[in-house]
Design a protein around this ligand. Structure first.
Ligand code: NDP
Length: 479
């Protein structure tokens, strides 16, 4: 299989070969090398940022609807090519084609369409002050840097780029070294849709390239999707230049199932919340709290349904569970499973698996202080925990440094809203899980992040307000 792009980077409107070390790209299912890219040099990072800074003022000066039209055209191109793009996403990530066809580029197109449509509504405020008045202008920040994780590479690129561009910013994007291919496709699609050169560039490389990008003097804003430790480093580097940040970081989210929940729906949601994308999702509900009365029936049905999950070739449309993105990540997940067993938790189903595959794995007999309950695993590993009453489960659900997401299953809707109001999480679901429509803000609290992606709320993180006071009469000076 060959997925070699025209060149490794995209700078100032055209493909450019990288000047740094070689980065091989592997298909996670077979380990086969499908492309060989080169990292960006520090000079190329600087060139991409300078080109962005040069192109941005003219872009920002356009009527917003003209910018929006480019994004809407890009969304249509993505939709027309979804099959081909989804196949590439599967080769890059190893995720089953039945997922990439509906969840990756499709969600990216939705973001481009949503923010493209929002263009006409990017207005300021008029503030009456008696005789005088004031108004606000929502202005772009300038050059934005986007840095992505490997689990949803193309979706992440679109989620960051769409609000940035519609506001009149330029974006320089560095995908994860594990999954570099989708962002290059996005660059070509945006150019085809009419985006002028320099406004969207792609740099490849490892953390050091990301670090050089964050510190470039042209960069006014940094949006990272990644782990909490990387988030701390990037946030600190951004603070040096007083840059704006959006941090979409990790989680260890609670999914609380009360006795009166629909058993079928709660089990289905818990499986989606732990095994979709082989569990490599930041907002996963990996601490599944089961109330005493439903616990046994839940675990019985869960074990039965997990046994029927189809594991295998990601390009087979029947496959529901694919490989882990890389041998290194599989190793980390296996170490977490081994730690769970060593600490005394029991494996109800699944286990460490072999090679690139780790089957859906469920732990029972876990305690809140075990590492499998405390640490993000970022793999298909569900930890189940029992509970008796509402106050207790809320206290235990909140006893974590993370705060990305949370879910509640109950037929008592008053309880659903009451519990969610007390959960320390940025994104919550009642009788649903992991649905992230573009209309709804998404992001974390506590260590899980700063800022919001999606929805009109994202615009605030890619813009700044200018306030203008208008004096309508004379100046009343005491001198
Ligand atoms: P990492 O934190 O390892 O990396 C994220 C990105 O940051 C990569 O592109 C990485 O480059 C880059 N990077 C690493 N170090 C630096 C640095 N010092 N300066 C600038 N950039 C740097 O995350 P993963 O890619 O392993 O993704 C998994 C993590 O992402 C999980 O914790 C998960 O929860 C989180 N995540 C959060 C989401 C959310 O929306 N909240 C969504 C998806 C994932 P490279 O890897 O190429 O070296």
């Amino acid at each position: 299989m060959n997925a070699q792009p025209a060149a490794s980077l995209f700078i100032d409107g055209r493909p450019v070969e990288g000047e740094g070390v070689v980065l091989p790209v592997h298909y996670p299912y077979t380990g086969e090398e499908i492309a060989s890219l080169r990292e960006a040099s520090t000079g190329q990072v600087a060139r991409a940022c300078a080109a962005a800074a040069a192109a941005q003022p003219a872009w920002a000066a356009l009527p917003p609807v003209e910018r929006g039209r480019v994004l809407v055209r890009a969304a249509a191109i993505i939709r027309a090519r979804n099959a081909e793009l989804s196949r590439l996403e599967t080769l890059d990530t190893g995720k089953p084609i039945q997922e990439t066809l509906v969840a990756d580029w499709e969600s990216g197109a939705a973001a481009l369409e949503f923010f493209g449509g929002l263009a006409a509504g990017l207005t300021g405020q008029m503030i009456p002050l008696g005789r005088d008045w004031a108004y606000t202008i929502r202005e772009p920040l300038g050059v934005c840097a986007g840095i992505g994780a490997w689990n949803y590479p193309s979706q992440i690129a679109c989620w960051k780029t769409a609000p940035a561009l519609v506001m009149g910013n330029a974006m320089v994007f560095k995908p994860s070294e594990e999954t570099p291919l989708g962002a290059l496709k996005l660059a070509g699609i945006l150019a085809e849709a009419g985006l002028p050169a320099g406004l969207f560039s792609v740099l490849q490389g490892r953390g050091a390239v990301g670090a050089a990008l964050v510190s470039d003097p042209h960069v006014a804003k940094v949006s990272l999707t990644g782990s909490v430790p990387t988030g701390r480093r990037v946030y600190a580097a951004a603070a040096e230049g007083m840059r704006h940040v959006t941090m979409e970081l990790g989680g260890k989210s609670p999914l609380i199932v009360f006795d009166d929940a629909s058993l079928e729906d709660a089990v289905g949601a818990a499986m989606l919340a732990n095994f979709y994308s082989s569990g490599q999702i930041c907002s996963n509900g990996t601490r599944v709290f089961l109330q005493d009365g439903i616990r046994e029936a839940f675990l019985d049905q869960l074990a039965e349904r997990v046994r029927n999950v189809k594991i295998g070739d990601p390009l087979d449309p029947e496959t529901q569970h694919g490989p882990i993105v890389s041998p290194a990540q599989a190793g980390r997940i296996r170490a977490a499973i081994a730690a769970g067993e060593a600490e005394g938790a029991r494996i109800l189903c699944g286990g460490p698996g072999e090679g690139a595959f780790i089957p859906p794995t469920v732990f029972t007999g876990a305690r809140d202080d075990m590492t499998i309950t405390r640490d993000e695993i970022f793999g298909p590993v569900m930890t189940t925990l029992g509970f008796t009453d509402e106050d207790e489960v809320i206290r235990r659900a909140n006893a974590t440094g993370f705060g990305l997401a949370a879910g509640v299953f109950t037929r008592d809707l008053a309880r659903g809203h009451r519990v969610v109001a007390r959960l320390e999480a940025g994104t919550c679901w009642i009788n649903a899980y992991n649905l992230t429509p573009v209309e709804m803000p998404f992001g974390g609290v506590k260590q899980s992040g700063i800022g919001r992606e999606n929805s009109a709320a994202a615009i605030e993180h890619y813009s700044q307000l200018k306030s203008v006071y208008v004096g309508m009469g004379g100046v009343d000076a005491p001198y």
